[in-house]
Design a protein around this ligand. Structure first.
Ligand code: ZN
Length: 80
């Protein structure tokens, strides 16, 4: 008999990461580490493309979720 544990959700705890390997850069399909929220919708970017468009993105988005801290220094080089 299977016992299903009901885990209590503490809403004060944010999810560790909002993006994972299924979130892909809208420019190059690399793994996305930035989620840019616009009034019209959401775009995901890898580190490379986020940095490329950063100036413009900061002017046009109302929120940017930066999960680039997931990247190890070596990965930054690999994905740059
Ligand atoms: Zn990209």
């Amino acid at each position: 008999m299977e016992i299903v544990l009901m885990s209590e959700v503490d809403e004060t705890l944010a999810p560790e990461w909002l993006m994972d390997g299924n979130d892909r850069c809208d420019s190059c399909q690399a793994q996305a580490y930035y989620c840019c929220k616009f009034a019209e919708g959401v775009l995901h970017f890898c580190r490379h493309h986020f940095l490329k468009y950063e100036d413009n993105l900061r002017k046009t988005t109302y929120e940017i979720i930066d999960e680039s801290s997931k990247l190890e220094p070596q990965e930054v080089l690999d994905h740059a």
